[in-house]
Design a protein around this ligand. Structure first.
Ligand code: ZN
Ligand code: CU
Length: 477
């Protein structure tokens, strides 16, 4: 008789490849999927009845800012409550490491979205950060990016300019060390100060080690509004000149005058994909969230404040309410974060439905009143967009958060439910799954998630974390 650590019985298997669902049992042994099929005769320490439920690969959140959450709240409740088993961290140019020179100045935006004065930027090398994650694992696995903005802050005495030759050499060394220590790529946040001062050539030269280390280039582009086509071309050029795949972060077209332009951007992306590897991710909402700025608020139809250092009491309020009731201006709230309603639902749906789009939350785990994408992204795609609107079949929705993402990031033994793969599994009720988080009440575990398994260990069951922390730092294979 076969013996397993865990058997999932009577599941509807959606395997992450987009193949049609089928009925089977799943046997897990030693953290891996050992068998899928009829396992009537098998014995196991733990049995899970998944009748009338879907078992799929655990979801991979292709875009997160969970670098510090993995250490400060390792249960990873916002993520495992959605079925997420792996997070890609270090996005938008922001990573916790390396900090060979410490943080000499107060942490400025956008880096403060990871930590604002809590002493978390304390890893002299990227290897030190990886070692800490391996010594004190989180509930989820991670794939890590090293941030160009962080490299600039560690290397340049004045960041409001292009880097010099010597500074570029130093940044390149740090990027190379990070990749050798386990990072899967370099991220940029060229939209933000101070990375926006970096010319394309600086980015290319800093990213050179990606080629020999088999890494990828991931970018919050310089512009996601009027100049989006030029920013796409800049991204593709960086990929070509360095000779590596690129990933366009949280693809969107922002600002009312640009509504509808996802037809142009997707056409361009598809055309360039014929000659170079390109990926993209998207979150399923027509509101964005980042630091508060007057220029962003000016082009949004509505702005909600997610946190404010000098006025924490305004978190969750709209700018209009804050202006009229509290008589406070934007300047008085800074530093602060915000949610901007600035996208068109038709663009969001077109981008989500695009064949090559991965799902990524871009959740901001340390905001007082976070964008609901932090707790709701994956169930919203499965519930609202796939089941509710019929934007794509459930098999396609699952693929966009599993197999496609694992392939894009080179996570070899993840993203597909088959024998021999790591046992990262989400079990959910396809008729019930949906987000519970709203803009008014954003901190809410999703509905319909039954059990979540990471490397064979149950991390979420009966609506709460189990305390297991089996997460690993994943390398690009
Ligand atoms: Zn970003
Ligand atoms: Cu981001």
């Amino acid at each position: 008789m076969d013996r397993y650590d865990l058997v999932i019985r009577n599941a509807t298997v959606i395997d992450g490849t987009r193949a049609p669902r089928y009925q089977a049992d799943i046997g897990v042994l030693g953290g891996k999927i050992a068998a899928i099929g009829r396992l009537d005769a098998a014995a196991a320490h733990v049995e899970i009845d998944a009748a009338n439920k879907v078992a799929s690969p655990g979801f991979i959140d292709s875009h997160t800012h969970d670098d510090r959450l993995m250490l400060s709240a390792p249960d990873m409740a916002p993520k495992v409550s959605q079925g997420v088993t792996t997070v890609v961290a270090g996005n938008c140019g922001c990573s916790l490491a390396p900090a060979p020179n410490g943080m000499r100045a107060p942490v400025t935006p956008p880096l403060d979205l990871l930590d604002e004065g809590g002493g978390w930027f304390r890893f002299p090398s990227f290897a030190d950060y990886v070692a800490e994650l391996e010594a004190n694992p989180a509930a989820t696995n991670c794939a890590l990016l090293v941030g160009h903005t962080m490299l600039r802050l560690q290397t340049m005495d004045h960041v409001e300019r292009a880097a010099t030759k010597n500074e570029i050499v130093r940044m390149r060394e740090l990027a190379d060390e990070a990749l050798a220590a386990g990072a899967v790529g370099v991220s940029t946040g060229l939209y933000y100060e101070p990375a926006c001062e970096a010319p394309t050539e600086e980015v290319i030269e800093v990213c050179r080690p990606l080629a020999k280390r088999n890494g990828l280039y991931v970018t919050h582009m310089r512009n996601e509004a009027d100049n989006i086509l030029a920013s796409l071309e800049e991204t593709f050029r960086i990929g070509r000149e360095v000779g590596v795949p690129v990933v366009i972060s949280h693809h969107k077209v922002a600002g009312q005058p640009n509504h509808g332009r996802s037809t142009e951007t997707l056409q361009l992306i598809e055309a360039r994909m014929k000659s170079q590897p390109i990926g993209l991710d998207c979150y399923p909402y027509c509101a964005s969230s980042t630091i508060l700025s007057a220029s962003r608020a000016a082009v949004a139809s509505k702005t909600l404040v997610t946190w404010s250092k000098p006025h924490p009491e305004v978190a969750g309020m709209s700018l209009d309410e804050i202006r009229s009731e509290m008589k406070l201006s934007i300047e008085q709230l800074l530093p602060a974060g915000a949610i901007y309603f600035s996208m068109d639902e038709a663009d969001v749906q077109r981008i989500l439905a695009f064949e090559h789009t991965m799902i990524g939350s871009d959740g901001l785990p340390h905001d007082a009143a976070p964008h609901p994408r932090l707790w709701g992204t994956f169930p919203r795609v499965l519930g609202h967009y796939a089941r509710g609107l019929g934007l794509f079949p459930l098999e396609t929705a699952v693929h966009k958060m599993t197999g496609l993402t694992a392939r894009t990031f080179g996570l070899k033994d993840r993203g597909v439910l088959k024998s021999g793969m790591a046992a990262d599994i989400a079990i959910f009720d396809a008729g019930e799954i949906d987000e519970a988080a709203t803009f008014a009440k954003p901190i809410q575990p999703a509905r319909g998630i039954d059990t979540v398994i990471v490397n064979g260990a149950i991390v979420w069951r009966e609506g709460k974390p189990t305390g297991a922390r089996p997460g690993r730092v994943l390398r690009r294979g």
